[in-house]
Design a protein around this ligand. Structure first.
Ligand code: BG6
Length: 467
């Protein structure tokens, strides 16, 4: 755990992310002993008192914490909670932090967690400045960081008038997922695949994250965001960077950021013609959604990393809400052999190219599919596969969730799995043409794989999903 006691100031403490991940995550870290000395001060627009906040927190744990919440653990955790309504202002927040620090009785560190939409980020930063909470502090900024290049540049500038870069942690929880880090292990701890990890052997790459979830109570956030800002410019591009980056000189924040940022710098601007935007039927009727909303709940696109390793290799990305299945895969399609001696009809190539597929499910899974001989007379081929599942290894114990891992890293001051201002600004720059000229949204039925035009987008290849 971190060296010093921690006072967490959680903005957006009654919001969806706080309920789903942050409160359960802090509870887990506290009860598992990672942060034995910690206070959590909730802040939000809701004009509620501490008992009401405790009730919200308890409800969140009951609904979203993976295990049964025991009364003893809850009572201990509830004692560490406090609440300040945003309207109470800087003096009240300062006083609450002072009281929390006094109760811990020794030198503390502060972790300000901004679980708020982009429009609320700067006001929260200013409030922290006014409340005098900058010293001994670190600040975690939720994604999306800004909503376009201009707003991200502005946010970075303003942020730097209050906090130094060392204090800032731009979070992307996909980088906290075990399987995401396993991509780095797989690529750089083995000699097996790295020699063929380039345009000479790889035909194309797919990063596919369909979700079955709808919007729940998040329509206000989502209407301003949409699938591109919520998922692509953030999670999917970060995963893309892990897949595509050159070996860093060390597994340390600066070398890793350098290599990721080189990938972002090499990306060609996303072309609106290479993008399919979709919206599920019925989205416009959801509470809180504009009856003529053009917000996309689905997006598929093709992009390129124009460097020596990847020039000409298309990367196909897709994600959306209310889709047929929930999956998070990265699939690498290898080139076909230069010549085939197998007779027509033997089945070679009939089931697409051979693939290496990473599954970013909670515990890593991987599979390698290839053609092999079907038993029997003659030479008939079939798609076979090698499968790996971390679950079968017995190596999984009490794993930290992505958010828990990253909260701990931020408390320890470790930037390895966080993003830089430069990288994020570059990703918005790459997005500018698309954001300024988005293609129209096409409707798709709920529980489907998206609008029909996704097949044209990827042709002559095919989407790997559904398996
Ligand atoms: C969040 C997005 O960042 O990631 C959500 O805002 C999305 O819209 C979620 O559902 C997916 O995360 P995970 O960890 O459930 O794959």
């Amino acid at each position: 755990g971190p060296q010093f006691p921690q006072v967490v100031v959680l903005f957006g403490a009654t919001g969806d992310l706080a309920k789903r991940k942050l409160l359960p995550g802090l509870y887990h870290l506290a009860t598992a002993g990672f942060i034995p000395q910690c206070r959590v001060i909730g802040v939000s627009l809701d004009d509620i008192d501490l008992p009401a906040f405790r009730q919200i927190a308890r409800g969140a744990l009951d609904q979203f914490f993976a295990r049964q919440v025991t009364d003893a653990d809850w009572d201990a955790f509830a004692q560490t909670l406090d609440y300040v309504p945003l309207a109470a202002g800087a003096p009240a927040l300062g006083a609450a932090v002072a009281a929390a620090e006094a109760s811990l009785g020794t030198e503390c560190r502060r972790l300000h967690y901004l679980s708020v939409p982009p429009s609320a980020a700067l006001p929260a930063v200013r409030l922290l400045g006014e409340a005098g909470l900058v010293e001994r502090a670190r600040i975690v900024m939720e994604k999306p960081f800004g909503t376009d290049l201009a707003s991200a540049v502005h946010l970075n500038r303003q942020l730097h008038t209050v906090f130094s870069e060392e204090q800032i942690f731009r979070i992307d929880h996909f980088l906290g997922k075990e399987p995401a880090q396993n991509i780095l292990a797989f690529r750089f701890a083995n000699g097996l695949f790295e020699p063929i990890w380039n345009r000479n052997f790889i035909d194309h790459v797919q990063i596919d994250v369909p979700e079955t979830l709808g919007l729940g109570q998040r329509s206000a956030f989502y209407e301003q965001t949409g699938a591109y800002r919520d998922m692509v410019v953030t999670h999917l591009f970060q995963i893309l960077a892990f897949m595509a980056m050159e070996p860093p000189t060390a597994l340390e924040p600066q070398p890793i950021s350098e290599e990721k940022n080189k990938v972002f710098r090499s990306m060609l601007p996303i072309q609106p013609a290479d993008v399919v935007r979709g919206q599920y039927n019925g989205y416009r009727q959801e509470p809180g959604v504009d009856a003529e909303s053009e917000t996309e709940t689905f997006i598929a696109l093709k992009c390129f990393i124009d460097n020596w390793r990847w020039a000409g290799v298309p990367f196909f990305l897709r994600t959306g809400k209310k889709m047929a299945e929930g999956q998070r895969i990265i699939s690498i399609a290898f080139r076909e052999p230069p010549k085939s001696m197998f007779p027509p009809g033997s089945g070679v190539g009939a089931q697409g190219p051979d693939h290496l597929t990473f599954d970013l499910a909670d515990a890593s899974k991987m599979s390698l599919s290839f053609y092999g001989k079907r038993p029997g007379p003659g030479m008939r081929l079939d798609k076979l596969s090698l499968q790996f599942a971390m679950h079968d290894t017995g190596l999984i114990g009490d794993v930290l969730e992505a958010y828990e891992r990253l909260i701990l890293d931020a408390m320890r001051g470790d930037h390895t799995l966080f993003n830089t201002a430069e990288g994020i600004e570059r990703l918005w720059q790459v997005s500018t043409q698309l954001l300024e000229n988005p293609p129209p949204v096409r409707l798709y039925p709920a529980d489907s794989w998206g609008p029909k035009s996704i097949h044209q987008l990827i042709a002559p290849h095919a989407w790997r999903l559904p398996f």
